[in-house]
Design a protein around this ligand. Structure first.
Ligand SMILES: [Zn+2]
Length: 101
């Protein structure tokens, strides 16, 4: 089943699945998703994929800021070799800062 397209992460307009023939390989079709809103200053589009599903999955990928902050903090903890209690305190602080706790 093909995943539904999320809106453009920058302007909120609908995303569009497009096809493009590779200029150097006639008949080779690739898929990508883009924002066609002329007022969207970022003109965002995915890379080219041979399957529609992969283009849609790339378009629909979103970063969760809380998750990103937690992953960053945990990587620092791992690299510093902190003890379990300190890990818990740091992770708790990240989630409190994000308003999750
Ligand atoms: Zn847009």
């Amino acid at each position: 089943m093909i995943e539904e397209l999320k809106p453009c992460p920058f302007c909120g307009e609908e995303g569009f699945l497009e096809k493009r023939e590779l200029p150097d390989r006639p008949g080779a079709i690739r898929f990508f998703v883009c924002c066609r809103n002329g007022a969207c200053h970022l003109k965002v589009e995915t890379s080219l994929y041979s399957e529609e599903e992969r283009a849609i999955a790339a378009w629909n990928m979103r970063t969760d800021p809380t998750r990103a902050a937690l992953v960053k903090a945990l990587k620092e903890i791992r690299d510093d070799g902190m003890d379990a209690r300190t890990c818990m305190v740091v992770a708790t602080n990240v989630l409190e800062d994000a308003g999750e706790l």
